[in-house]
Design a protein around this ligand. Sequence first.
Ligand code: SF4
Length: 705
Amino acid sequence: MRAATSTRPADAAVGAVDTHCPYCALQCGMTLSPAGRASVRIRPRDPSAGGLCQKGWTAAALLGSPARLTTPLVRDGGTLRPASWDEALGLVARRIKEITAERGPDAVAVFGGGGLTNEKAYLLGKFARVALGTSQVDYNGRFCMSSAAAAAHRAFGLDRGLPFPLADLEGADAVLLAGANPAETMPPFLSHLRRATDAGGLIVVDPRRTPTAERAALHLAPAPGTDLALALGILHAAVADGRLDHAYVADRTTGFEEAWRVAAAWWPERVERVTGVAAADQRRAAAILSEAASAYVLTARGAEQHATGVDTVGAWINLALALGLPGRPGSGWGCLTGQGNGQGGREHGQKADQLPGYRRIDDPAARAHVARVWGVEPSALPGPGRSAFELLDALGTSGGPSALLVFGSNPVVSAPHSARVADRLAALDLLVVADIVLSETARAADVVLPITQWAEEDGTLTNLEGRVLLRRRALAPPPGVRTDLEVLHDLAVRLGQPPERFPSDPETVFTELRAASEGGPADYSGVTWDRLRAGERLHWPVPRTPGHQGTPRLFLDRFAHPDGRARFAAVDHRGPAEPPDEEYPLYAITGRVLQHYQSGAQTRRVEELRTAVPEAYVEVHPDTARRAGLCDGATAAVAGRRGRVIATVRCVPSMRPDVVFLPFHFPGAQRANLVTNPALDPVSRMPEFKVCAVRLSPAGEREAQ
Ligand code: SF4
């Protein structure tokens, strides 16, 4: 029943292999030279583009880690015990059939990840819709990029993180980064901003003085949850100071008058009172951007992870449109995608409302096209399901799913209000987790399936500039593990699907993905693995037209709306869903550190990274710490309405006195997401990770241990 796998012996060296990093969306190129599982040498392929960060350099450590899972586990009498693949998959298939027979197909849910390859994301979405027949599928990218995606769709009619090649940024004289900290999340990216930095054109919007803000000519530090007001203030300053690009606005956009009607009420002095950012600095930001020959506005999670995330990103896009930046060579707006395949992962159907090729699942023509490729009737495809947090929140409830399959995600640590999510997972009749290590979510599972990791399998990813990359296998997986594609194939067959409908060879899956995406917004039909092997740099859309070289720059002639024009959005400031009050007087904001990635399931198991940052901390202004009875190095309790986080105090004089910062990579009582607010953006359904109300106090004696 199992699909064919490699016959190469485990640990076999296959010579030097050019591939890409397993972590973030920059997808830095690296060459792997394996001399055995425990000894894989990594070299950057492009040192001039910034090389690799510490995460990339140490990525091979996990390949030979003793933490690696190599046998399936099944829960027996409350504990997980080793099992054969046949027993584990047989159990999963049997329970799925029973639960579906009793409660219908939507009783089984699927949760994917933005780190899965395009092939895995595609097959996972197909598995959910065809093999399970469930609408209940979504993924953790909903937590990362969905607000920027929705804002880009609204403004331009299409979402591709950077609608221009990364290298274009090297010619920029001015760059505004709204809620981005690439000095820690993707350090090599800074090499592309060298010119703007040297020219005094780097503007950073962040409540913290991050390592990125340290490099900026202008650091704007708004109160958390007020970024939208700040964007309105800078737009107001630009228009009032005569910087509006009238010709561009008239020729290439619609909706300016409505957007301006809102922004006209947000003059910089009023914005200063709301955000704390000096009016003069707002005017200076507008001047720097409008006077530069080449300027970009780039947004990231700091702008997105709010209950107003779509409108906040929309406000930054409004500013870029007013200055005439998008769709012009050497200028633009873009979103810095976070997860390794955050871009491709949102294009190929693991999202609740979507089919491959970035098609909408409620579009009859899209359903007919994809159903034809899949060999099923369009009416057999379910409709849209719940978004990520709503899905997790419904697990084990009377109307929600009672089984969940998790691929490439660790929601016990990474989802907001994580104690609630852990409770919901515990209420399931069946939890299945496919992972490389025993993550916090895997620990709670009924069945754990050990899978291959990045250097042990082939697949494609789409990086933050919409370029399709081939990540190549450098060494054979250890005995006992399978690829996600093999797992999906085997389960689908056990659920009664014809084997050929769920191929497990990644290149075969990609060939099918090409057909499914053909004619869609994210058209991959002209991309082949042979073209990628030959080193072609292909940015989607790449139609099947012979000789088509892809689309490095979008929107040069027209935007993707039917009239070819970009849309201003009439957006207004609303403030955070949970502002501080007497009981919880501080803002808590969350973010990343240089050494760790996402929930930390991988990086916390790499000794060099764990030693550098072994545990959670809370950054706080020294005066705020003192008022709470704390000092540097003390153990604090950061308490909010949904829980409390235990972390070591780091006194940082540059912190705003009304803000504490928590990195979110740590488990147990150190989980930042114990306090985060699951208030959702009404359009993207992205939770408000970036701001909630807390109070700070010394941890109890027990908690501090
Ligand atoms: S910047 Fe991102 S892709 Fe590059 S080495 Fe670091 S984690 Fe990997």
